[in-house]
Design a protein. Structure first.
Lengths: 159, 720
């Protein structure tokens, strides 16, 4: 019998049937249907699966679901509020900071975490923070621009 | 190993080098309108096709119920004014969903927002050989312009009939047909209402010149961008049809290994697990991925392995196994190379090598297969949906009409998704399990069982006349390919030859394919020759180059970079240049590097690239492509290399196969030259070609060390 556990994802509580050792990414995608977080390597090296756990960026492919119990989990699906994009999402959209966009949810989640910790990061701080997120299409300069723009928007207190 | 791999899977493996079969489109005209609703439709027919001969001369309505068989694109104007363009091309991040919609909106004179594109669905879109070779823009753009122009004419014709006036006095603009004389107008939606008008026409050149484009030629944001930043877009791995099982495959222990024995009793005993065996193919399907993986692990299999070479002896092996090409297409000769090499003022020979590299698309190979009755539907990220359909039909011995392949907008490919592997695996397991099955390759599988950009050896012999002009040029490519092999420089005596070698690792297309290898060798060699001639590398090229388009990108890059031969370069820094042309577009790159003399660390500080591909359709999308290619090119230039031994990949993870990351990205400037007087060429590949030689030449400028192998500095710069 599988241990009954409960996850708090994007402000909602979900009972989870999967074994506690299963990765959070698998539970998010396969059980909760939250497929915005991507499998890119399953080894914590590409960042495509990045979610926020208690506000901190975590590679959900490396987090056993049991370790996420009782913590507030935010995925890419939880950023948009009442039809309004998060400033980081809006900045990525405005900057066209993607091509195939498979890395985009992870990039956005990492960037949200960065701006939470450092509201006005320098370019080198952005580069440092996003070093673990791979973009194979080469949208890096636009991603850096988007994060700077989002920082500006958030500092000005706009949504 | 490729032969044994083919035997192992007993499945076809085709690359773009092979001609595609002629396909028949089964959708009848009646069904077309049933599917899309009434309206006005125009179909573009391939040149020289029999269907065109039936309707020639000129465009006219076809009367039979069958659609012509060689249609390459089509367009529908619906009763609500929605315009739908259909193409077999796939969206893999190169942004064609946006650029083709721009083209249609521009030519049909409708708002951009009213156009939607249906792409890469073998049941809905016309046959297409595949999305590769930078062909989407040069082939689809003129075709959609023609069909859109014809649709516009049809709509004008309907209005003329309605008002009983001559069509010549009517104007199409803003999704309306207007009669200037009377001031009347009718919206396209009103004109299409209740109609089932169809017309086919031969694909010809565009009708509206680029200088008059209104929607095309401008930056337009990516269609459906919001779906990507919210995570709502569903890539193949995100699909989950009801009752779906997850599939995992037991891979052979090494390339070419054959199955000696297999005990799957423990796996079969697992609850909910279906074991699928078909020759050497062994897979497990289960309600969760973990259960499927556990089942595969529980299978005990013995494999017979075959000894294979490692990357250490690769280049010697390639030279040994090379065949003197008997194919004239692989050879080019002019003048007398031998005589010039023997007598010219300066002589320079060198050998260059290029390693195997992986595409490593962030979305791994994936497929979801579902059988309904005898019919098969497969969703998969591929660049060749129709080839995948044919492979599936051939393997399962069912008619092509019983197979539907749908390609959701895909998490990139770079030439790496031409084959049907995941689709065949998912379909085979789905058929055996009686449920839909999803296969998503792991990153390790992706690095191992996909295919690679071929390695190669290139030998160059050259000579210069006393006046610094190229006298002789002899260029041999072993294995990696012939694209971009011909020199664009003016050389009176030349010989180029491509020497095929049997595959060592499974190899196929890659962004730019062999053009990157050939440009690396040529442009590195040109730099070395400039040093021999004691001339600035740009001046040396100008002296030997008459192609005005190539000269234009050279000058543009030099200007934007601030290339000044007289300017002293600071200690530890260097600048390098490379240029070339391929697939109808032109590129020139200037690089600046900084080398730490103590640690040997090489940092690319700045890249400036000038690019010209005729008339620009979407400058924002183009800039994204060019900058993206430059950054991707950094990997193959500096550190990407597949290491292998005895049929195993030794670095099949992002932890030990290094791809460019944020810290690797230099200051980048892309200069786009817009030639409105020229047809639009593709831009997906050419911008990657000159990154590596420009960086290598900059490293030489900084250090005096000439690097003739890609990757240039996998472990930093260390003197031997």
């Amino acid at each position: 019998m599988r241990a009954p556990i409960e996850l708090d994802v994007n402000g909602k509580r979900y009972p989870v049937q999967y074994p506690p050792g299963t990765s959070l990414l698998t539970v998010l995608r396969d059980e909760l249907g939250l497929t915005g977080s991507k499998y890119g390597c399953g080894e914590g090296h590409c960042g495509a699966c990045t979610v926020l756990i208690g506000g901190a960026p975590r590679r959900s492919c490396q987090v056993p679901v049991s370790a996420a119990v009782g913590k507030s989990i935010t995925t890419i699906e939880g950023l948009e509020k009442e039809g309004l994009l998060h400033p980081v999402q809006q900045a990525f959209l405005d900057a066209g900071a993607f091509q195939c966009a498979f890395c985009t949810p992870g990039m956005i989640m990492s960037s949200v975490a960065l701006l939470h910790a450092k509201p006005n990061p320098t370019s080198s701080e952005i580069i440092q923070f996003l070093q673990g997120n791979i973009c194979r299409c080469g949208a890096h300069p636009r991603i850096i621009d988007a994060v700077r723009q989002a920082a500006k928007t958030m500092q000005e207190g706009r949504p | 190993m490729s032969d044994s791999t083919n035997k192992l899977f007993l499945e076809p493996e085709r690359y773009e080098f092979h001609a595609a079969p002629i396909h028949h489109f089964e959708l009848a005209r009646r069904d077309f309108f049933k599917l899309l609703g009434a309206g006005i439709a125009v179909f573009a027919v391939a040149k020289n096709s029999s269907a065109m001969q039936e309707t020639a001369p000129g465009a006219r309505s076809f009367h039979s119920e069958e659609l012509p068989k060689e249609i390459t694109s089509w367009l529908h104007v619906g009763e609500d004014g929605t315009v739908t363009g259909f193409t077999g091309k796939v969206e893999i991040g190169q942004n064609i969903r946006t650029s083709l919609a721009q083209t249609i909106a521009d030519e049909l004179r409708v708002p951009f927002e009213s156009v939607r594109m249906v792409t890469a669905d073998t049941a809905l879109t016309p046959f297409d050989a595949g999305t590769f070779g930078s062909r989407t823009t040069p082939t689809m753009t003129p075709q959609f312009r023609r069909v859109a122009a014809a649709a516009r004419d049809l709509l004008i014709g309907v209005a003329a009939k309605e008002w009983n006036v001559a069509p010549e006095g009517l104007i199409a603009a803003d999704a309306k047909v207007s009669d200037r004389a009377s001031g009347r107008s009718l919206r396209y939606a009103e004109l299409a209402r209740g109609k089932t008008l169809a017309q086919n026409l031969p694909a010809e050149d565009p009708v509206t010149p680029a200088a008059q484009w209104k929607i095309a030629g401008k930056a337009v944001p990516k269609v459906d961008g919001r779906a990507f930043v919210t995570g709502r877009h569903q890539y193949t791995p995100d699909l989950h049809p009801a009752g779906m099982l997850y599939g995992k495959i037991l891979r052979p222990s090494s390339f070419g290994a054959t199955l000696l024995s297999c005990d799957d009793s423990a796996a079969k005993a697992m609850a909910g697990v279906v074991i699928v065996r078909d020759g050497d193919f062994i897979g497990a399907a289960a309600p969760t991925e973990r259960e499927a993986q556990n089942a595969v692990v529980a299978i005990s299999a013995q494999w017979k392995e075959v000894p294979q070479i490692s990357n250490k002896e690769l280049f010697t092996y390639l030279k040994e196994k090379a065949s003197g090409s008997s194919d004239d297409r692989h050879r080019h000769q002019k003048g007398s190379v031998e005589e010039s090499l023997a007598t010219a003022a300066h002589r320079l020979d060198a050998t260059y090598t290029v390693a195997y590299i992986a595409h490593a698309p962030l979305e791994p190979r994936a497929a979801v297969a579902e059988w309904t009755g005898g019919k098969l539907t497969v969703w998969t990220g591929t660049q060749r949906p129709f080839a995948v359909r044919d492979d599936l039909a051939a393997v399962f011995r069912i008619p092509e009409s019983s197979v539907r392949v749908i390609v959701p907008d895909t998490g990139s490919a770079y030439g790496g998704k031409h084959t049907s592997d995941a689709a065949l695996e998912a379909a085979r397991m789905s058929r055996a399990a009686g449920h839909p099955v999803k296969i998503v390759w792991t990153r390790e599988e992706e690095f191992t069982w996909a295919y690679f950009r071929p390695a190669g050896v290139i030998e160059v012999k050259s000579s210069l006349a006393a006046d610094g002009k190229l006298a002789a040029w002899e260029f041999h490519n072993f294995h990696s390919g012939s694209s971009g092999i011909d020199t664009p420089y003016d050389v009176p005596n030349q010989r180029t030859e491509y020497h095929p070698v049997p595959l060592v690792l499974r190899s196929g297309s890659y962004r730019g394919l062999a053009a990157t290898a050939n440009h690396f060798a040529r442009e590195t060699h040109m730099d070395a020759l400039a040093r021999v001639a004691r001339v600035d590398p740009l001046e040396f090229r100008r002296k030997n180059l008459s192609d005005p388009r190539l000269r234009a990108v050279l000058d543009a890059a030099a200007k934007s970079f601030g290339w000044d031969p007289k300017k002293e370069v600071p200690w530890g820094k260097g600048r390098g240049f490379a240029c070339g042309n391929e697939k109808g577009s032109y590129v020139a790159t200037c690089a600046e590097v900084a080398v730490d003399r103590i640690s040997g660390a090489v940092r690319v500080v700045r890249l400036v690239e000038a690019f010209e591909c005729g008339a620009i359709v979407n400058p924002d999308g183009l800039r994204n492509q060019v900058v993206g290619a430059m950054i991707q090119g950094l990997g193959g230039a500096l550190f990407e290399s597949i290491e292998f031994e005895n049929g195993r990949i030794k670095n099949p993870h992002f932890a030990n196969y290094r791809v460019p990351r944020f810290r690797d990205v230099p200051e980048i400037d892309a200069v786009l030259l817009d030639r409105k007087d020229l047809l639009s060429a593709g831009a997906g590949e050419t911008p990657i070609m000159t990154v590596a030689p420009a960086i290598g030449n900059a490293i030489f400028d900084a250090t005096g060390v000439r690097l003739n192998s890609l990757p240039l500095v996998p472990n930093g710069l260390r003197r031997a």
